[in-house]
Design a protein around this ligand. Structure first.
Ligand code: NAP
Length: 516
């Protein structure tokens, strides 16, 4: 097998690629409004109760209707996963990896189709959609190889002593509940699901209610790649209706969650409770929110820093957990960086992502729109709006990229996750103060430092408390295997998706010692 290397991104300036995407968009548009089933074991179930998924660029456009599970179906899904675990956990690691490689090959062939679904269901620009699909392919390719590595590792790493043969095996855990967010509806959903699966577990996948069609499409692709029934059980349903039930279930062995701090804490607490009949302590893997920042030193390349701030703050309308929502600028260059960011921001076109000239599209739904507009009003009180600040009168949930200047470090817009196209600026008097502001939130996900001062860079490397710290580059755009991703403090359980340790989280080591 050739070594892993990240999937190249599509060059849309090539008219052939642009035409392929347009064709895929037309084909996907012709499929809008279809119904998608639940998948429990080998049963493909169409139900009357559905979740309706809408296009955030156009509130009236229905993307699809996805059958919705109730508690009794959630229970069936857990039992189906438990049944399939008996055989799947014994399939050799190399063979399990093969399924991921097949799925990756199929996704690569169908990348423009998946890009089109991501544009329509999640409101991603074609560039952001393509990065999401490429990341999904990367997760499949990377975890397939990591599993083979892990399976061979236990035999190599033990200290040997005479008259004994010792082996360490990383065996799977059991049934996992997978709960992904909507903001990387393909990459994160597929990565979380297939990491657990390749490690020998079987899963119940409850996709986000905002993006259930993409999940249904991916699970169909995995089944078409030959994955046995019951290994992935798909149960769309509202978090509040079936989420607690799945988490609390005594046959659930682990929960892998990516989403907000509030829901993450709830699941963490609930999964710690031992249910009657449960014979293990559940494992919780949580990737949660962020309040990420870019810190700019007085001697930094200011043009690069301004471009880094704008790209990190407004790519996918700020709806990345890694997005820059605080800019902390040395007071000597504050005005210069701020005014350049305002210029760059005013050049960004916002609108329906089918229009290729739009840099970014809508926010995901009405609740997000209302929450972000509320924070913009808070920002108006706490600082000075110097770019954006308004909603657009278009048929979707569009908000102008917004910059709020002169925010106090402890203000709400500098402390709370907004998850939209809003960045707050503050000045610092020196590196000491800049670092103190950078580290003063409850989170610790991503951060960047722009500087040409080696001493300052060395200090920032050791004192800036972020899971993903970048020097002289933007704070978004982590690549699988290159930048393992995950944060500290309230950003999660310190795990690293797309990193060499990730699969350990879905295994337990078993030592076998035989006297010779
Ligand atoms: P969310 O509201 O917490 O939802 C995440 C998932 O949890 C959804 O599938 C949701 O289902 C489900 N859920 C809700 N209540 C539940 C319950 N009681 N029990 C079980 N599941 C429940 O988050 P989101 O809005 O989708 O995603 C945005 C958040 O994710 C942001 O905070 C962002 O920073 C974070 N994020 C973090 C990372 C990271 O790597 N650290 C990556 C991406 C996103 P429903 O949709 O049905 O409610």
């Amino acid at each position: 097998m050739k070594p892993y290397s990240p999937e190249p991104l599509t060059d849309f300036s090539n008219p052939v690629e642009a035409a392929r995407l347009d064709e895929a968009l037309r084909s996907v548009e012709a499929q809008l409004g279809r119904h998608y089933p639940l998948r429990i074991g080998s049963a493909i179930l169409h139900r009357e109760a559905t979740i309706t998924s809408y296009n955030p660029s156009n509130k009236e456009e229905i993307i699809g209707k996805v059958s919705k599970a109730d508690r009794s179906l959630a229970d069936k899904a857990i039992r189906s996963a438990a049944g399939a675990y008996k055989t799947w956990s014994r399939v050799p690691a190399e063979q399990r990896s093969e399924y991921l490689l097949k799925a990756a090959a199929s996704l690569r062939k169908r990348k423009h189709e998946f890009n089109a679904w991501l544009m329509l269901e999640a409101g991603k620009s074609r560039v952001e959609a393509d990065a999401d699909t490429a990341e999904a392919i990367d997760f499949l390719e990377y975890y397939a190889r990591q599993m083979i590595e892990l399976a061979g590792r236990g035999r190599k790493e033990l200290v040997s002593i005479p008259q004994e043969h010792n082996e360490l095996h990383y065996i799977p855990l059991g049934v996992g509940v997978i709960i992904p967010p909507w903001n990387f509806p393909l990459a994160i959903m597929a990565g979380m699901t297939m990491a657990a699966v390749v490690a020998g577990n079987t899963v119940v996948l409850k996709p986000s209610s905002q993006t259930p069609v993409i999940a249904a499409k991916f699970v169909e692709l995995a089944a078409d790649s030959g994955l046995p029934p019951g290994v992935i059980n798909l149960v769309p349903g509202s978090g509040s209706e079936i989420g607690d039930y799945l988490v609390d279930h005594p046959q659930t062995r682990f929960v892998s969650f990516t989403g907000s701090r509030e829901v993450g804490i709830r699941i963490y607490e609930r999964s710690a409770k031992v249910a009657p009949g449960q014979i293990w302590l559940k494992r919780f893997v949580g990737e949660m929110g962020g309040k990420d920042c870019i810190l700019v030193d007085q001697d930094a390349d200011l043009e690069e820093a301004a471009r880094g701030i704008v790209a990190s703050a407004f790519g996918y309308s700020g709806q990345k957990c890694s997005a820059c929502s605080r800019a902390i600028i040395h007071q000597d260059v504050y005005d210069q960086v701020l005014s350049r960011c305002v210029e760059l921001t005013n050049e960004l076109k916002v609108g329906d992502v089918r229009d290729a000239s739009c840099y970014t599209g809508p926010v995901i739904d009405q609740a997000s729109f209302d929450k972000i507009m509320e924070y913009i009003e808070i920002g108006r009180q706490e600082g000075r709006i110097v770019a954006g600040g308004r909603a657009l009168t278009l048929p979707g949930y569009f908000i102008e990229p917004t910059i709020i200047a002169d925010a106090a470090p402890d203000s709400r817009i500098m402390q709370e996750e907004i998850f939209g196209p809003v960045v707050a600026f503050t000045a610092c008097s020196d590196l000491e103060q800049g670092l103190a502001i950078a580290n003063m939130t409850d989170y610790g996900l991503t951060g960047s430092f722009y500087s040409n001062n080696r001493e300052h860079i060395a200090r920032v490397k050791s004192e800036f408390h972020a899971g993903n710290l970048y020097i002289n580059r933007k704070c978004t755009g982590a690549i699988v295997g290159v930048h393992p991703f995950g944060g500290f403090n309230m950003s999660g359980t310190d795990s690293k998706a797309g990193g060499p340790d990730y699969l350990f989280l879905f295994t337990q080591p078993k030592l076998i010692s035989e006297l010779l």
